[in-house]
Design a protein around this ligand. Sequence first.
Ligand SMILES: Cc1ncc(COP(=O)(O)O)c(C=O)c1O
Length: 376
Amino acid sequence: MRQIRPTTALIDLDAVVFNWQQLTALVGPRCPVIAAVKGDAYGHGAVAVARALQTAGARHFGVALVEEGASLREGGVTGLVLCMGGVGRHGADVAVEAGLTPVVYDVGDAERLDAAARQRGTRLPVHLKVDTGMGRLGVPLPDWTRFLDRIAHLRHLDVEGLMTHFAESENPDTTFTLEQARRFQTAVASARRRGVHPRILHVCNSGAILTQPILRLDAVRAGIALYGLAPAEWLSGRLPLRPAMRVESQVLFVRDLPAGASVSYNRRFVTKRPSRIATLPVGYADGWPRALSNRGEVLIGGRRCPVVGTVCMDLCMVDVTEVQSPVETGDPVVLLGEMGQERLDANEIAQAAGTIPYEILCGFSERVPRRHGLGQ
Ligand SMILES: Cc1ncc(COP(=O)(O)O)c(C=O)c1O
């Protein structure tokens, strides 16, 4: 159906390509940047993003799910698609069929992948994952050598890579990141002693790419930086990055309220003065967090306008009293991005909502159409 409601996410694919080029230049030609396009490319549209990167020369992509990898292949994405979440109990056949490169941390998964590869008469490249302190996915370090021994006979698996994931690489205190790196080197050494010689060692996410040059190894995995954001505010000057998502809408309705009038559910905002209040066609069903109630801001008429009252499912209200020319229905609104001299970025919105920019970007729901373009 054609779009009727004006709330839209504009995705600047040029910006994603620019960010990828910046990262590639930073890490150097011998260290491919694995573009993390999981979570629908952090809300930017995985196939569109991966294809734009592919056209620019990218050959390495990372997804979380087998389904995400398969849909990249259907969308014409070639090259390495690293399935970072593993394949689980039911994903081995699809992963092999789609030519994905699974991350393996479980003996059962390894056996199922080996069987699926054997059935198709191929040898499947896999990356093993060791847990050095993230406590999420990966073979726990104490089990590492036993794990290697248990998968050693699986002749249809080619251990191409070895990886781990950092828990807090964006933390200015690097103690734990460096400890994780040390544990990783221990795991690599014990793999080599067992005759396992992976060609690609990779540990860095955006935070570590920006702060730990010596840990860039044979490849890096970049997510948030690819979309134009540093993983923490203090890292934002490290590399020129361009935010790739802009979210726009238009004023749906405006009214003038006297002092003492309440706005939205549970009357959590009461006007202190005669106020002009605009209703916007965006709410928490669109991924505009309810936590922004009485906390967030939007841009209208080139000014910051505070969100007033509770954010509803489909709507929210903003105070436009201070905007110079009276705000009317249909006036443009920026929820994320620039207008005139003002800019709202995902970090700022995340701070107001008590979350991280990743969740803001991923959070814009399917109800907000993505419009992909170049150089918006
Ligand atoms: C295994 C893995 N590698 C890399 C990334 C990319 O992280 P970031 O977006 O911080 O660069 C992620 C995302 O969380 C991940 O799960």
